[in-house]
Design a protein around this ligand. Structure first.
Ligand code: ZN
Length: 318
């Protein structure tokens, strides 16, 4: 797979960087330089979409920011036809709306991340309104854009947030479910160490018609629950990690009609490039791995993934 070069915009020498950024990239903490981006994978035979990525996160390891168009061009060159750009707070959700207007290869999702919800829930605006309610009102307004096709990422994260944040996270998750249902949009779920509570909240509220477990992190048991409910499972680079036996067991029992694929870039870089930053052009590494595990030809898997993705988010051409 590693026969190709690092795409041009992802090379360290791609653009002259301001001195401050260069220093940040080369000596992030006064220690060793950060590893650069990985070579491009071989091109997929059928175009596939990255259904969860963050184009707005900075590429400080490069010393320059890769532009939206360059990132999408690099992805398209290896058969990644487009992506769902995901907002996690108000700034990145506003960026998401700009991104869907800027390039037809982008659809969007907007939300307040569960790890940000507790702090906002405990704060107030100048008018005395809860800061979380004010933020959710803006998320709802941003979601009116016709190319915003999902509410997310929302859900529960018990890994990074302690018990004191559970009430705020659950409140926020419930409000996001409400917005998704009101606007007939898909719901992208962030579930970290919180499987059973995520399922409980979905059942209590009544799930929207399209639910996606982004970066699926459950086991075969959760995959069976997803199968029963028609909830989509989006696999990321974690599927390729050596210690991810539970994910491979989940993939083996997952209904093929509910499979999606994503990068969650710049995080979760697939094996054998763990430790390097991730980007949408890296998606084929995970697709390859899925194909091998399922025993599918890449072209057949690509057709399946594209059809599933369009069933959730609609057409990129509409
Ligand atoms: Zn994400």
């Amino acid at each position: 797979m590693c026969t190709q070069e690092v795409p041009r915009p992802y090379r360290r020498d791609a653009a002259p960087a301001p001195e401050s950024l260069q220093q940040a990239g080369e000596q992030p903490d006064g220690g060793k330089p950060r590893p650069g981006f990985a070579p491009a994978p071989l091109r997929l035979p059928v175009p596939v979409y990255d259904n969860h990525t963050h184009f707005d996160f900075d590429d400080s390891s490069l010393g320059h920011q890769v532009g939206l168009k360059e990132a999408l061009d690099a992805a398209e060159a290896v058969g990644v036809a487009g992506a769902v750009q995901v907002g996690c707070d108000l700034a990145s959700s506003r960026f998401t709306v700009e991104a869907v207007d800027a390039d037809p290869r982008v659809l969007g999702a907007v939300a307040i991340h569960p790890n940000d919800a507790p702090e906002l829930a405990g704060a107030s605006t100048a008018d005395g309104v809860s800061a979380l309610d004010a933020a959710l009102a803006e998320i709802d307004a941003l979601a009116a854009h016709p190319r915003i096709r999902a509410i997310g990422e929302t859900g529960l994260d018990y890994f990074r947030t302690g018990p004191e944040g559970v009430a705020g996270q659950k409140y926020s998750f419930r409000r996001h479910i409400e917005i998704a249902k009101k606007r007939s949009l898909a719901l992208q779920i962030h579930d970290r160490d919180a499987h059973s509570d995520v399922v409980d909240v979905l059942r209590e509220e009544g799930a929207p018609s399209c639910v996606v477990f982004h970066c699926f992190s459950g086991d075969a048991e959760l995959a069976k629950i997803c199968n029963e409910n028609g909830w989509y499972m989006s696999f990321s680079g974690t599927l390729t990690f050596k210690n991810a036996k539970n994910l491979r067991e989940a993939l083996a029992v997952a209904d093929p009609a509910l499979l999606l694929v994503e990068t969650d870039a710049p995080f979760l870089t697939p094996h054998p490039h763990r430790g390097r930053p991730n980007a949408s052009y890296m998606l084929p590494y995970t697709v390859q791995s899925m194909g091998q595990l399922l025993g599918y030809e890449l072209a057949d898997l690509g057709e399946l993934l594209r059809a599933n993705t369009e069933a959730v988010y609609g057409s990129w051409d509409a």
